[in-house]
Design a protein. Sequence first.
Length: 212
Amino acid sequence: MTMDFRSCMPKSLTTFVVLCGLVLCGCRGRVSDRPPIHINPNMDAMERFEAQEANPFFEDGRAMRLPVPGTVARGMLRSDIRFFAGRDSSGAFVAEMPLPTTRELYLRGQERFDIYCAVCHGSAGDGQGIVMAGGYGFAPIGFHDDRLRGIEDGYLFHVVSRGIRTMPGYAQQISVADRWAIVAYVRALQRSQHANVADIPLDILSDLRLTP
């Protein structure tokens, strides 16, 4: 005995299934020349302006709008002028860097110094970088004279950031924290060239043979 399942289905449901089959069969292998249906055509063909294009809607005729005065980009608020500019509230260079001097800071400063600074100023900071072998027209400055040993940390940060004389600024290539790390390493180089026995750690001093 067999059962005809179609007799158990409501006529409306049977009609719906048949229509769906016809629609699906009718779509197979056919390319429609009709444009696609856009529920919201404004999302596909919205009015826009190219960069620097004129826009008569605004009084100044510019499509590119200037930001509101005082606007600061997200994450770009630089309220700590000691850290970001190396100056205090009066505009003077800070005497000491606003970061704690740690071993990690010195090592990071050494790495950045060897990449960006040693080529001119030399690995020892004596101004005898590799550029001197190529006949560079201006002798890079060394860091070991009394003037630079006593200069403010903020001044060194400013020079790394903005440059001075023939030296370009590195604010675009080196982050703020890394510029301070370079300043810390320059101070370490200066101290290394004017060190005495009291500057040698005790665990190293015992392994050294000191000569008069």
